[in-house]
Design a protein around this ligand. Structure first.
Ligand code: NAD
Ligand code: MN
Length: 358
């Protein structure tokens, strides 16, 4: 029997709550499928680790997880530590060196969940946003001088490489092709940003020629926010830069009912390094420790993890169990207007996995 090695990195805040729930659910899927097992190694990196050691993860941290089959991540973000330290010290310190350049964010209105959009009650909103996850606005290029003096200056330079844009465009066109509507929207801002974003557009048109069966259009990011709200059914697959997709996908999550539901996969498509799966939400300081975090975003991320491992049957079983549970309002956490707790939702999903006809 195959055993998959999973590195669980709960991180901070509700990250620890939802990753524990995610590990329980993965164990239940493995038990029910009986064709594979998980060996889960837990790494307590994050804000508390930082307070003790002055860094978010050990210096050889990446070596400790390099050979795992996948990473299940919670959130980086601690109320007592600046956000750029927690983010760069943990999440980006894994994504970027492991070349997880394709960040895939599906959005769908799950059964039983209400979209804030009046025109949407399910199939009208079924998107996948592909976020460039290795360069662009989050390349880390820039600097700060004369701190605190009136001469102070600071720059953040967005870095786009032809190789980086080509590979994310190809990934997005391929993903669009694999979906029934074969429809891709390339998000840009080439009216205002006249160098890198113009190259982004040019590469999109070049790569499009390899995908004659995919219909594609181009949209400025500000107009895209309006289209997501006004004409959600006109969208299917979307590709956008690191920053643009970061913002658009929080909007997408809200339009699908709650940030607590939205999953993401940070993929290294060449499989040279492990890929990382995480809910898109953060540490949620306002609700941490209360036991009411919605774990569905983590469970859906676990579905993406199973798909990445190639176990379609397990992935389908878990997704069906999730949908059965969201359809039942008794299992809605407060972010969805209910009173259920993280543990109630977890238990219900495990029961749905174990169910005779599940
Ligand atoms: P957040 O996602 O933590 O919270 C935004 C709002 O959504 C809060 O009101 C929160 O209660 C709610 N929410 C989020 N997830 C929820 C869930 N599962 N169930 C119920 N409600 C949920 O975003 P923020 O407040 O901007 O950030 C808090 C911290 O998290 C910051 O330190 C930030 O840097 C970090 N962060 C980390 C990541 C990551 O590691 N991937 C992503 C986003 C934010
Ligand atoms: Mn974000």
């Amino acid at each position: 029997m195959k055993t998959y090695a999973i590195a669980a990195i709960p991180g901070d805040g509700i990250g620890t709550e939802v990753v524990s729930a995610g590990v329980e659910v993965l164990a239940a899927v493995a038990r029910r499928e009986a064709s594979f097992a998980f060996k889960v190694d837990r790494f307590d990196w994050g804000g508390e680790y930082y307070k003790k050691h002055g860094r978010m993860m050990p210096e050889n941290g990446r070596d400790l997880i390099r050979t795992h089959d996948a990473i299940l991540f919670g959130s980086a973000g601690h109320p007592e530590i600046p956000d750029h330290i927690t983010l760069w010290g943990l999440r980006l310190a894994i994504c970027q060196p492991f070349d997880q350049y394709a960040n895939v964010r599906p959005t769908r209105v799950l059964p039983g969940i209400t979209s804030p959009l009046r025109s949407v009650d399910g199939p009208e909103l079924d998107w996948v946003i592909v976020r460039e996850n290795s360069e662009g606005e989050y390349a880390g290029v820039g600097g700060r001088v004369h701190q605190g003096s009136p001469l102070e200056a600071a720059t953040d330079v967005a870095m786009f490489t032809r190789a980086g844009v080509e590979r994310i465009m190809r990934f997005a066109f391929r993903l669009a092709r694999s979906r029934p509507r074969k429809l891709l929207t390339v998000v840009t801002k080439s009216n205002a940003q006249r160098h890198a974003m113009v190259m982004w557009d040019e590469v999109a048109s070049e790569v499009a020629r390899e995908f004659k069966d995919v219909t594609w259009d181009k949209m400025l990011v500000d107009a895209m926010t309006m289209r997501m709200v006004m004409r959600p059914q006109s969208i299917d697959t979307v590709v956008a830069t690191n920053l643009h997709a970061d913002i658009l996908s929080d909007l997408a999550a809200a339009l699908a009912g709650s940030l607590g539901i939205a999953p993401t996969a940070n993929l290294n498509p060449e499989r040279t390094f492990p890929s990382m799966f995480e809910p898109i939400h953060g540490s949620a300081f306002d609700i941490m420790g209360k036991g009411i975090a919605n774990p569905i975003g983590t469970f859906w991320s676990a579905v993406m993890l199973l798909e990445h491992l190639g176990d379609k049957s397990a992935a389908d079983r878990l997704m069906k169990a999730i949908e059965r549970v969201t359809a039942d309002k008794r299992f809605h956490t407060p972010d969805l207007g209910g009173t259920a707790r993280t543990a109630d939702v977890t238990k219900a999903v495990i029961e749905a996995i174990d169910g005779a006809n599940a």
